[in-house]
Design a protein around this ligand. Structure first.
Ligand SMILES: [Ca+2]
Ligand SMILES: [Ca+2]
Ligand SMILES: [Ca+2]
Ligand SMILES: [Zn+2]
Length: 239
């Protein structure tokens, strides 16, 4: 958690815990919002350490790929006594890079380990600002989807060969605004997937990952991140 010297950016531990609970609902296919088929992915999330709380004006304004971003992550990741840093999800709250947030893709870990992680605008945590269009924590879910190798559902536009590389998400050309029905690519099957966490709809609208997205995240995680995941749980080590 990063706040600035004016006090902006404060989030409570209760919001953080609620966001982790929401992450687990989202990744287990039990988030509320609708009844379309959704995936129970292999991923679950646990808080490993006490939240670090910094007052730092430069880190608060960090943007994707910036010196400030790398300084923040280097300092905070260095304090983590992880045995396997590439498998540890670090979530930073600050001004979100002037937007809702950003994330690193798993295949970039090797070249840019100090840019790894998820950064979100501090008001997007679960229950952070009730009534705000991003008040359920779906922004964090979305960014963690990127962190595990998912593209936006509208990646590549109306292409059934490029796109997001997911067979069971309908192609579309731009992120859904609010929660509007649409069909950007009329010659391709399916309406715009506004219910999908990897679209840009408001939080009340988004509630699912598809089985295809789960399969991709599992493969990307196995390749780039949590190679010890199954062993870890099978050994019965407390998470
Ligand atoms: Ca697709
Ligand atoms: Ca279509
Ligand atoms: Ca939602
Ligand atoms: Zn995104």
């Amino acid at each position: 958690m990063i706040k600035n010297s004016g006090g902006e950016g404060e989030v409570s531990e209760a919001e953080i815990d609620a966001t982790i609970a929401h992450l687990n609902n989202a990744f287990s296919g039990t988030a509320t919002g609708g009844t379309l088929p959704r995936a129970d992915t292999p991923y679950r999330f646990y808080k490993r350490q006490v939240t670090t709380r910094d007052t730092n004006d430069a880190w608060f304004e960090a943007t994707d790929g910036s010196v400030e971003d790398e300084a923040m992550k280097t300092a905070r990741n260095a304090s983590d006594r992880s045995f396997d840093k590439k498998s540890i999800l670090n979530i930073y709250t600050n001004n979100g890079g002037g937007a809702n947030g950003y994330a690193s893709f798993p295949w970039n870990y090797g070249a840019y380990p100090n840019r790894d992680g998820v950064v979100v605008f501090y008001e997007t945590l679960t229950g952070g600002v009730p009534g705000f269009e991003f008040d359920e924590g779906d922004v964090v879910v979305h960014e963690v989807g990127h962190w595990l190798g998912l593209f936006h559902t509208f990646q590549g536009g109306c292409s059934d060969t490029a796109g997001d590389h997911i067979f069971d998400t309908a192609a579309h050309t731009m992120g859904t605004i609010v929660c509007e029905d649409g069909d950007d690519c009329e010659t391709l099957p399916g309406a715009d997937p506004k219910e999908n966490f990897m679209d840009l709809s408001e939080d009340f609208c988004r509630y699912l990952f598809t089985p295809g997205q789960s399969t991709r995240m599992d493969a990307q995680g196995a390749m780039y991140r949590v190679t010890k995941r199954r062993t870890f749980f099978n050994e019965g080590v407390a998470p």
